[in-house]
Write a protein that binds this ligand. Structure first.
Ligand code: SF4
Length: 84
């Protein structure tokens, strides 16, 4: 399992992430979030500060998430392995 987190304070809605990982979508505040219905997404929690999505699979093997994180100009996206 792995986690994709978006720092909503840092996110500026440029949406470079959407072009690189189809699981990223725009939320109702004009910021990035993760589609809870996308393949492999177990759950998505959103607070004012953060979106945290739990996904099936390995962080290192998930190239799209890594591309999205690298493409994010303010570095708002983090990807890390978590225990099931
Ligand atoms: S690329 Fe980064 S700053 Fe831009 S919408 Fe995605 S998470 Fe937000």
């Amino acid at each position: 399992m792995f986690e994709i987190a978006i720092d909503r304070d840092a996110c500026d809605g440029i949406f470079a992430c959407l072009a690189r990982d189809g699981r990223f979508v725009e939320d109702d505040d004009g910021l990035a979030t993760i589609d809870p219905d996308a393949a492999g997404v177990v759950r998505v929690k959103r607070t004012d500060e953060r979106v945290v999505a739990l996904l099936e699979g390995d962080a290192e093997a998930d190239e799209d998430a890594a591309l999205a994180a690298r493409a994010c100009p303010p570095g708002a996206i983090s990807v890390r392995e978590v225990d099931a």
